[in-house]
Write a protein that binds this ligand. Structure first.
Ligand SMILES: *Cc1c(COP(=O)(O)O)cnc(C)c1O
Length: 248
């Protein structure tokens, strides 16, 4: 056991309250957009919080968690798997990723949201096909991250005009499955305008890859705008777990 204590400890109750409030917001956003709640999946981003919180969240019914740093995520995923086995949630890697971390990420991740350049596609493809890393032989789910900042790459993401080529490369990689696109709204811009730009690119990629239907967009501060634009996957951290210590 890794310290999630009992299902009714104080932290579990706090997470349950926060989760219920996020659920209320997601439902309201779906209602406002005329969408069904089942069209939108919640990924709880647990970065900086301990493995015990992931175990608590799994107990509260959370099926998907996200992490943004391999060093932290690898150890946490191992602890949670040891504790929960098959009941471990799915792991989504959402942070900027170095090529030399591809093998480590392929050990525990089900989906990588942050693929933004060709060498990373190649490294993840090789890692995903290595039976030592992925004995179950499942393909690794991939989202191409779109840089929505005018000069791109501020918070990661491929320049808009390279997204279709990257999507093609992922789709033709044997070890990978192209699931769709991901983006982070730029700081200081109206997220609705940013997500509209994302949906234009989603429409273009859908012409070539109609099965790649995931749109990963929306965080604690802008999930309503993301649901309104058409997001299928929300990545919510602080609104569920509380505020994080500043990174780096
Ligand atoms: C941290 C993070 C999130 C969650 O952000 P919150 O503001 O805590 O909801 C979502 N996406 C990415 C890529 C992140 O790094």
């Amino acid at each position: 056991m890794i310290g999630a204590d009992s299902p009714d400890d104080e932290r579990t109750r706090e997470l349950a309250v926060n989760l219920a409030e996020v659920e209320r917001r997601v439902q309201a956003a779906c209602d406002a957009a005329g969408r069904r709640r089942s069209e939108v999946r919640l990924i709880v981003v647990t970065k900086t919080f301990p493995a015990a919180d992931v175990v608590r969240l799994a107990g509260l019914g959370v099926s998907d968690v996200g992490e943004n740093r391999d060093q932290e995520a690898a150890g946490k995923a191992r602890q949670v798997r040891a504790d929960l086995g098959d009941r471990s949630p799915r792991w989504h890697f959402v942070g900027q990723l170095q090529r030399n971390k591809a093998r480590s990420v392929a050990r525990y991740a089900d989906v990588v949201h942050s693929v933004d350049r060709l060498p990373l596609v190649q490294a993840l493809d090789r890692a995903a096909q290595d039976p030592q890393l992925r004995p179950d032989g499942h393909t690794l789910g991939i989202l191409v991250q779109v840089g929505l900042e005018p000069d791109a790459t501020g918070r990661g993401g491929a320049a808009v005009d390279s997204v279709r080529g990257l999507a093609d490369a992922v789709a033709s990689a044997e070890g990978l499955e192209l699931l769709g696109l991901m983006a982070v709204a730029p700081l200081g811009e109206d997220p609705a305008a940013a997500f509209d730009r994302l949906m234009d690119i989603v429409g273009q990629v859908a012409q070539d890859h109609p099965a790649a239907t995931w749109v990963s967009a929306g965080m604690s501060g802008d999930l309503e705008a993301a649901v309104a634009a058409g997001a299928t996957h929300l990545r919510v951290g602080r609104a569920v777990l509380g505020s994080r210590p500043p990174l780096r």
